[in-house]
Design a binder for this molecule. Structure first.
Ligand code: ADP
Ligand code: MG
Ligand code: ZN
Length: 486
C-alpha cells in the first residue's frame, strides 16, 4: 500500500445455488451437459411461458442469511433488469428489487494488521443477499467466425451477496472471499467450484487519503474467479489509482476487467456509458413472502458452522488453530475427522494422522478423502494401538497402515499376524540397554564427560537391538537411569 492512502473495498459475490432445478422452471440445474439440452419455454423466454419460484433456492437463501445473523425480510419482490445480449433470451434478468430477502449480516475475517495497526478479527457487514437468475453462456472461440450460445445456464439460481465497503486491503478481501466460500460450501448451498463459475466475484475499490472519512470514486473489477486474481487485481488497481491521483489525475467511475496474462486491469465501460436497465416490478411473480415458521425451520436445519467447529476442536481436542483450518478444507474432510476423533477417543492424535500420513497418501493419489478406502473406525483402531503403545509409530506407519490399505484385515489382526506388538516389559528393555552400554564404552564415557547429544546414538542402538519392537519412550527412560548409574 502506498503511504498516505487507504483502500476501501467492497465485494459482490455471485453464488450459484446447488438446487436440483432452475430458478423459475423445472429444467435440471446441471453443469457440463451437452449445450442447450436443459431448456424449456420458461428459460428460453418464449411468449406466454410463466415463471414459478424455486422453493429450494429460497430455503438456501434463508440458510445463508441465518448463518451470517442477517435479517430475513418477511416480504421481498422481484424485478426485471432489462438489457440485450445473445445469452439472455428473455431480454431481461429476473432479480430481486430494492428489497432483498436477506439484509444486514456479518462475516468475521482476520483483520489485516498491516493496515489496521493491530491484529484481531473484524466483522465485515453484508448489506444484502438477493435471489436472481444466471444468464446463458456465449462462446466466441469455439467456431471461427461465429459466436455460439449455450442456454443450459440461463435461469440457474444465483444468490448475489453484496458486501459493505468494509474491507481495507487485498489480503482482507481475499480472506473475506475464502470465509464466504467456505460458508456456502459447508451450508451445502453451493458446490464452490471456481473453475466452473459456481462462485464469482466483482470487486469494487476506491482510495481515500489516510484518515479521511469520505469515500473516493470506485472502480468495479468484474468477474474474478480465483482468490489469487482478486488479490492481484485489487493490488494492481490500488497502485494504479494512487499513481493516477498523485500525478494530479482523477479516478473515473468505471468497470474494468482483469487480464490475468498481462497482470493488469483494463477499462471496459465508464459510468456515462452505463446501461439504463429500466427496472420494473416483475408482473408474473407474486411478492416473496416468508412465514416465521419457515425461518425457524431453516434455522433448525443449519449445520454446525465451520468456525464453531474449529472452536469445538480446539477446546475439546487441543487441535491448533492452523490445524483446525486445514481440517476444514472440505465438508467431507471435516466429517471424516469428526468420525475419526470420536472413534479413537484421541482428537489430537486423530488430527495428526489425518493431516500427516493420510494427507500424504491422498496427495500422492488424485482423489479427496471421499476416495480414502479406510473407514474412520478402522483407522481409529490403528491410532489406538499407537497411543496405548502396543505398536511404535514407525511400525504403524510403515507396516500396519500399508497392510490395512492392502486389505489384510483389521489393525489388531495385522499386528498379531506380523508379531509387531512392541516390547514394553521393563526388565527386557533393561537387559537390552545393559548390552548396548557394554558394547559402546567410548560413547558412554563421552556422555558422562558432558556430550549429552550422544544419548540419541545409544537410543538408536537399543531400538535396533530390540528389532524395532521396543517402546522408544521406555528405552529413553531406562537408558537415562542406566547412564546416571554408569
Ligand atoms: P451498485 O448497485 O451500483 O452495484 P452499490 O452501492 O450496491 O452499487 O455497491 C456495490 C458494491 O460496491 C458493494 O459491494 C459496496 O461495498 C461497494 N462500494 C460502494 N461504494 C464503494 C467505494 N466508494 N469504494 C469501494 N467499494 C464501494
Ligand atoms: Mg452491483
Ligand atoms: Zn427451463
Amino acid at each position: 500500500m502506498k503511504p498516505g492512502w487507504e483502500a476501501v473495498i467492497g465485494l459482490e459475490v455471485h453464488v450459484q445455488l446447488r438446487t436440483r432445478s432452475k430458478m423459475f422452471c423445472a429444467c435440471a440445474n446441471a453443469y457440463g451437459a451437452p449445450p442447450n439440452t436443459h431448456t424449456c419455454p420458461v428459460c428460453l423466454g418464449l411468449p406466454g411461458a410463466l415463471p414459478a419460484l424455486n422453493a429450494e433456492a429460497v430455503r438456501m437463501a434463508l440458510s445463508l442469511g441465518l448463518a451470517v445473523g442477517a435479517k430475513i425480510r418477511p416480504e421481498s419482490t422481484f424485478y426485471r433488469k432489462q438489457y440485450v445480449y445473445p445469452d439472455l433470451p428473455k431480454g431481461y434478468q429476473i432479480t430481486q428489487g430494492p428489497v432483498a430477502v436477506v439484509e444486514e449480516g456479518l462475516l468475521e475475517v482476520p483483520g489485516d494488521p498491516e493496515v489496521r495497526g493491530a491484529s484481531g478479527p473484524v466483522a465485515i457487514r453484508l448489506e444484502r443477499a438477493h435471489l436472481e437468475e444466471d444468464a446463458g453462456k456465449s462462446a466466441h472461440d469455439l467456431r471461427p467466425g461465429a459466436s455460439l450460445v449455450d442456454l443450459n445456464r440461463a435461469g440457474v439460481p444465483l444468490l448475489e451477496i453484496v458486501g459493505a465497503p468494509d474491507l481495507r486491503s487485498p489480503q482482507e478481501a481475499s480472506d473475506y472471499l475464502k470465509a464466504l466460500h467456505r460458508l456456502v460450501v459447508f451450508l451445502g448451498i453451493c458446490d464452490g467450484s471456481l473453475d466452473e463459475g459456481s462462485f464469482r466475484c466483482d470487486a469494487n475499490v476506491s482510495l481515500r487519503p489516510a484518515g479521511a472519512q469520505a469515500f473516493g470514486t470506485r472502480v468495479e473489477v468484474k468477474n474474478l474467479n480465483s482468490f489469487r486474481f482478486v488479490k492481484q487485481a485489487l493490488a494492481f488497481e490500488i497502485e494504479r489509482q494512487a499513481a493516477l491521483m498523485e500525478g494530479g489525475g482523477t479516478v473515473v467511475q468505471e468497470t474494468r476487467g482483469w487480464d490475468a496474462q498481462a497482470g493488469e486491469t483494463r477499462a471496459q465501460r465508464t459510468k456515462e456509458a452505463a446501461m439504463d436497465y429500466r427496472y420494473f416490478p416483475e408482473p408474473d411473480l407474486p411478492a416473496l413472502r416468508i412465514r416465521p415458521e419457515e425461518v425457524e425451520a431453516a434455522r433448525a436445519a443449519l449445520p454446525e458452522l465451520p468456525e464453531a467447529r474449529a472452536r469445538r476442536w480446539r477446546e475439546a481436542h487441543g487441535v491448533g488453530a492452523d490445524e483446525a483450518q486445514t481440517l476444514l478444507q472440505t465438508p467431507a474432510f471435516a466429517a471424516y475427522f469428526d468420525a475419526l476423533a470420536e472413534a479413537c477417543g484421541q482428537g489430537k492424535a486423530a488430527a495428526n494422522w489425518l493431516l500427516g500420513e493420510v494427507s500424504r497418501l491422498l496427495n500422492e493419489g488424485t482423489g479427496g478423502i471421499e476416495t480414502f478406502p479406510l473407514a474412520p473406525a478402522s483407522l481409529a483402531e490403528l491410532i489406538r494401538l499407537v497411543e496405548s503403545r502396543v505398536i511404535s509409530h514407525g511400525a504403524a506407519r510403515e507396516q500396519v497402515l500399508p497392510a490395512l490399505l492392502a486389505g489384510e484385515g483389521s489393525a489388531e489382526a495385522i499386528v498379531a499376524a506380523r508379531g509387531l506388538a512392541q516390547v514394553s516389559d521393563r526388565g527386557a528393555i533393561e537387559a537390552l540397554v545393559a548390552q548396548v552400554l557394554a558394547a559402546h564404552p567410548g560413547p558412554v564415557a563421552q556422555i558422562k564427560g558432558g556430550k549429552a547429544s550422544l544419548t540419541g546414538f545409544l537410543v538408536g542402538q537399543t531400538l535396533k537391538a530390540g528389532g524395532g519392537k521396543v517402546d522408544p519412550k521406555l528405552v529413553n527412560e531406562v537408558l537415562a537411569e542406566a547412564l546416571a548409574k554408569a
